[in-house]
Design a protein around this ligand. Structure first.
Ligand code: ADP
Length: 365
């Protein structure tokens, strides 16, 4: 018969009784790793420094007692089965111990019951553990479902608005009589911006899905950042004039996927504009670092409270103050995934009410 491993904490002041218990467990087929304690501090130390499958506990000891031991285990929120093993215990005292939380009690005179009792308690403890785990899993999956519903609602809402403008504009264009060329031009421009907005949301969604599935498929090459940044700024449909770039003439070439670097910059610049509703310049800076280039996007907008910085790069996470601004909470998580996939880092420095600087790095080519 192969021996079953058992980690037993024995609360007992009599050395011979401890040996007796170990012998009984051995007979029941257990290979026991044990520690014997007989005071509260020792028991606390044993609970804190090791993991136990079972606690066998005498009822009356000179400086400690069964009820004290049960309370100690409970106070630590541990679920380790505890069996009272005692020489002198009346029915009432035994019932009292079980009420307190002992799983069973065994008289020292009938130790042959110990093996089966331990076996049963181990099985029940395992069942309890599995049940708790199943409850935790269920809770997590419910939370996931809620998040998904919330997210679908948010994305649908964010996509519906631009789509309404595009469809409305196209409907009017079907009968353009009555509109002057200037009106038409303005309508097309607005619809174009809204369509770009839709495109941005879809791009971010797809990038996040690819990153989650580890299928980003990067096309890395040498990139001249000043040209690429210039292109993104020109392409930032709204309020181009507010955005400028400053780069040292010796900015090194970096290695990355140009489309992905464009996406990161696009998301950061859009945010910089969006979260500075009272205007102010947005500046993109390029600085040489140690084997990398640090790209900064700076604004003078609403800023981010220090306590919120940690949660900023969570998917779909939007800060309290941003709820009134359009957004999906996808932009920053996509920036983070894309930056890290290209061997870079991303972080933010911000003062609430003064503005934010988002930085990301790319390795030198
Ligand atoms: P979205 O802008 O669509 O909400 P992001 O993932 O791009 O999603 O940003 C997440 C949140 O981080 C925003 O909702 C906003 O609260 C905050 N944030 C991002 N960029 C800035 C910024 N430049 N200034 C202030 N807050 C910002």
């Amino acid at each position: 018969m192969s021996l079953k491993k058992l980690r037993a904490l024995i609360v007992e002041d009599s050395e011979p009784d401890c040996v007796l218990l170990l012998r009984e467990l051995g007979k029941a087929g257990y290979e026991v790793e044990h520690r014997c304690v007989d005071s509260a501090p020792d028991m606390e130390d044993a609970l804190d420094t090791a993991t136990w499958d079972i606690i066998l506990c005498d009822h009356v000891m000179p400086v400690f007692s069964g009820p004290d031991a049960i309370r100690l285990v409970k106070s630590k929120g541990m679920d380790v089965p505890l069996i009272i093993v005692s020489g002198q215990i009346g029915e009432e005292v035994a019932v009292g111990a079980m009420r307190l939380g002992a799983q069973d009690y065994i008289l020292k005179g009938s130790l042959s019951r110990l093996g089966p009792a331990v076996e049963r308690e181990l099985t029940e403890a395992e069942n309890r553990r599995q049940k708790k785990q199943a409850e935790r899993d269920l809770l997590a999956s419910r939370k996931m479902e809620e998040l998904k519903d919330e997210f679908i609602g948010l994305i649908s809402h964010e996509m519906r608005n631009p789509l309404t403008v595009v469809v409305g504009t196209l409907a009017m264009m079907q009968n353009p009589e009555g509109f002057g060329p200037e009106d038409l031009r303005q309508m097309v421009d607005e619809a174009y911006l809204e369509a770009k907005q839709l495109e941005g949301i879809l791009d971010n969604l797809l990038e996040l899905a690819r990153a989650q599935a580890d299928r980003l498929d990067l096309h890395r090459q040498a990139i001249k950042l000043p040209e690429l940044v210039r292109g993104v700024i020109d392409d930032t449909a709204a309020e181009v004039d507010r955005v400028s770039m400053s780069a040292a003439s010796d900015t090194p070439t970096v290695r990355g996927d140009p489309l992905r670097v464009q996406r990161i910059l696009h998301n950061l610049i859009e945010n910089a504009i969006k979260y500075s509703p009272d205007g102010g310049d947005v500046e993109v800076t390029l600085e040489k670092g140690d084997g990398e280039v640090v790209i900064g996007v700076h604004d003078h907008g609403i800023g981010i409270p220090a306590r919120s910085v940690a949660g900023l790069f969570q998917p779909f996470h939007r800060l309290e103050g941003s709820r009134l601004t359009k957004g999906t909470g996808l932009g920053l998580i996509v920036c983070q995934r894309l930056t890290e996939a290209q061997g870079g880092r991303i972080w933010v420095e911000s003062n609430e009410g003064e503005g934010s600087s988002f930085y990301f790095t790319l390795p030198e080519a």
